[in-house]
Unconditional design. Structure first.
Length: 354
């Protein structure tokens, strides 16, 4: 049992058009959590320069992610919405975590291996240290819960490892500074400074796959635009992409077990289930035995009606950049107040003079 006050943190990178995977795997969950939790949602612009240093228009990408947050229904007055680079604590704490984390931990990260590809020596140091910055994003606010897609699971395990090592290595200093909180670590309760964060990865769309290849996740950086539904797509584009989505020749099964070995069918049923807030079993009880020629138009209609209000509101908000900038500034100021307290405590624990 942890004595930390529950707090939710999550972030999205401003690295391109948001897609259905980002929406179902993350943003829609952010909206649901704000009803019961204290939430901080961040446009993680420092992460955006790890894989690609120079971006054509980072400012408009940051505004676009913010517009998606607001259009989806996140309330920036009750919660905090801001862009990461405004709060210097993220980079400062990440540096300390670079000294807590081990190189071996970073080298094992699947996302680093995938993004660095064969030419690892030429990847930026930032790409290797990405999970350490992600741990800092979360722990700067001593967040207890992080809603993410399944692809971020490994990074969250690393966040937990960093918190555990920091709490252990500095346990006496934490006690001496009087800033500890009881933290459950395995069987033991210790006096720690950082919570052991719980990932929130649930539901039928934790890993939305590419519409062109059921073995690859839907991703902003896939060169094929037909592989994803962007939040900026209009109704015709959405319908066309679903029509062209890869499937197999068989009819849909009447139970989820029948989706085994049919990655593309499983993906489309999962998308339908997530958009309609039903289980896959429930969707298959309606569509089992029907062909994709019937299922795809129903899915396209559902996607257009579900996403239409969000994309319309995003367009409206993007026409008012000053409003978006004001939201980010206000959120940044409030985030900074929490971050400054954490950094004062951390500097005391590490032993810096301040
Ligand atoms: N395909 C997906 N299905 C479910 N959730 C997903 N997420 C990403 N892709 C899927 C979740 O969306 C949140 C924001 O992701 P991000 O933008 O910070 O980074 P990412 O995971 O690297 O997203 P992309 O779209 O795949 O970008 P690129 O192509 O640049 O790598 C996270 O919670 C993520 O889990």
């Amino acid at each position: 049992m942890s004595a930390f006050a529950p707090r939710v943190f999550s972030g999205v990178q401003p690295t391109g058009n948001l897609h259905l995977g980002n929406y179902l795997g993350a943003i829609r969950k952010f909206v649901a959590l704000q009803e019961s939790q204290d939430c901080i949602y961040c446009v993680v612009d420092l992460h955006a320069i790890t894989a690609q240093l120079v971006h054509e228009d980072l400012k408009s990408q940051i505004r676009s992610i913010t517009a998606a947050f607001l259009a989806a229904g996140i309330d920036p007055k009750r919660h905090i919405v801001f862009n990461q680079s405004r709060v210097s604590g993220h980079a400062e704490l990440a540096w300390i975590f670079n000294c807590v984390a081990r190189i071996g931990w970073m080298n094992r990260m699947t996302q680093f291996k995938e993004k660095a590809g064969k030419d690892r020596e030429n990847a930026s140091l930032g790409l290797l240290a990405y999970p350490s910055l992600m741990a800092a994003d979360i722990l700067l606010y001593r967040a207890t819960h992080v809603p993410v897609g399944d692809d971020q699971k490994q990074h969250l395990e690393l966040t937990r490892d960093i918190a555990i090592k920091f709490n252990n290595d500095f346990s006496e200093r934490i006690a001496a500074a009087g800033v500890g909180t009881p933290v459950q670590m395995g069987e033991e309760t210790v006096n720690g400074y950082f919570p052991i964060t719980e990932p929130l990865i649930e539901g039928p769309a934790t890993r939305v796959m590419s519409l062109k290849d059921g073995a690859k996740k839907m991703s902003k950086s896939d060169p094929s635009d037909l592989s994803r539904i962007n939040l900026t797509d209009d109704a015709d584009q959405i319908a066309r992409k679903i029509k062209k989505a890869k499937t197999d020749p068989d009819a849909l099964p009447s139970e989820p077990a029948g989706l085994a070995g049919r990655a593309e069918a499983d993906n489309l049923v999962g998308i339908f289930a997530a958009l309609s807030e039903r289980s896959k079993a429930d969707v298959l009880s309606e569509f089992g035995g029907r062909n994709f020629s019937e299922f795809k138009p129903a899915l396209a209609e559902l996607a257009v009606t579900s996403l239409g209000p969000v994309t319309g509101e995003m367009r409206r908000l993007l026409a008012e950049p000053a409003h978006i900038d004001a939201v980010l500034k206000d959120g940044g100021d409030r985030a900074n107040e929490i971050a400054e307290q954490t950094m004062r405590d951390v500097k005391e624990i590490v032993g810096f003079l301040q």
